[in-house]
Design a protein around this ligand. Structure first.
Ligand code: PLP
Length: 387
């Protein structure tokens, strides 16, 4: 028996007694928003594959072609021998897509957030870090790893942010504001032009996580940072959601990227992304800028879903995007609803604390451009039956 086994078992019992035990289940991704789980076909309202690109032949083909040409692995970290022409060319493409001077690839969005914030704090020791209360776990992790003083402002409440900047920011040696352009559990957006203006006035560095905006919102799907030209100091995003593949980016000035290459442990001490990953990203960058019709379809489907839920009296918070929370409050109720929908062939994941605040358990409904309006109607009808 391992030295910590009794503690692991006790922790699992505690988690289970709170009704929060999580387990992994095999799912076969399919096309058109259908997937298979437990031998059953389910209409998928849970994945982040907003444009359906994870199953697009061009991504799979180019991924395979890159692997066939360059091999399965990068062989080393970027600063040793892991930087290929393909890495540099792709980073230049990402910078052009984002409208920034430079960009860097990371293994994943989680890794980028967890590693970049400590690197920022290394340049500005003692900086006050202002985080929206609902930012992703990876961002809180980055702050914790940096030993940063995290000052949380009320979700999307920029008056609260300003008050905190005035009260606690002025005396700090530097200020960093961390937020998301589209919030992953609420589907609402940050006001980036106003945030950029606040950051400028308070001499703060603005860090924006575009995980759920990349590919979906902004000109050509480049994200919402484009709405505040020059006002976002660092935009990060992932290639694992709307972009259909894997990996992540950090985009900003050449100076920032040069600094991260020299100071960001998660970049320096991690093996470079492999060729197959680069191929899928490259193909996604070919497709995504021209997918305005798919982006419009997503917006139309989301409006249809929000109005259908409103008619059922279900709260959708401030959702304005392809992510639509159906907030039911109680965790057990959300789980029960999710189970009943699965029995009707609909996959809608229940999200409970600690992922969301207590009392705001929900079905997190995520749309995809390959769904038809009738698919959304089917979900609304099924919810009507279940309630
Ligand atoms: C998914 C997500 C990440 C992590 O990205 P991965 O590439 O999946 O590791 C980071 N931030 C937000 C807001 C996310 O939703």
């Amino acid at each position: 028996m391992g030295a910590l086994d009794s503690r692991f078992a006790e922790a699992l019992r505690r988690i289970e007694s709170q009704g929060q035990l999580r387990t992994l289940r095999a799912t076969a991704m399919g096309t058109g928003g259908r997937l298979r789980r437990d031998g059953r076909e389910l209409l998928d309202f849970s994945s982040n594959d907003y444009l359906g690109l994870s199953q697009h032949p061009l991504l799979a083909e180019r991924s395979a072609a890159y692997a066939a040409q360059f091999g399965a692995g990068a062989g080393a970290s970027r600063l040793v021998t892991g930087t290929s022409e393909a890495h540099l060319a792709l980073e230049a493409r990402i910078a052009a897509f984002k409208g920034t001077e430079a960009a860097l690839l990371f293994a994943s969005g989680w890794q980028a957030n967890a590693a970049v914030i400590p690197a920022l704090l290394k340049a500005a020791p003692g900086a006050a870090v202002f985080t929206d209360r609902l930012v992703h776990a990876s961002l809180h992790h980055g702050c914790a790893a940096a030993g940063a003083r995290e000052i949380r402002f009320r979700h999307n409440d920029l008056d609260d942010l300003e008050a905190l900047l005035a009260a606690k920011g002025a005396a700090a040696p530097a200020r960093i504001i961390v937020t998301e352009s589209v919030f992953s559990m609420d589907g609402d957006c940050a006001d980036l032009p106003r945030l950029a203006e606040i950051a400028r006035r308070h001499d703060a560095f603005l860090f924006v996580d575009e995980a759920h905006a990349t590919g979906v919102l902004g000109p050509g799907g480049a994200g919402l940072a484009a709405a505040a030209p020059g006002g976002v100091d660092l935009a990060m995003g992932t290639f694992s959601k709307a972009m259909g593949g894997f990996g992540a980016y950090v985009a900003g000035s050449r100076l920032l990227c040069d600094y991260l290459v020299n100071a960001c442990g998660g970049f320096i001490y991690s093996t470079a992304p492999p060729p197959a990953v680069l191929g899928a990203i490259d193909a996604a960058l070919d497709l995504v800028p021209a997918m305005d019709a798919e982006r419009a379809q997503l917006a139309t489907l989301a409006d249809r879903l929000r109005s259908g839920l409103a008619q059922l009296g279900i709260d959708t918070a401030e959702s304005r995007t392809q992510i639509v929370p159906a907030v039911v409050g109680d965790a057990a109720r959300a789980v029960d609803l999710s189970r009943k929908l699965a029995e009707r062939g609909l996959l809608a994941a229940a999200i409970r604390p600690p992922t969301v605040p207590p009392g705001t358990s929900r079905l997190r409904l995520a749309l995809r451009a390959t769904l038809a309006p009738g698919d959304v109607d089917r979900l609304i009808e099924a919810l009507r039956d279940c309630l």
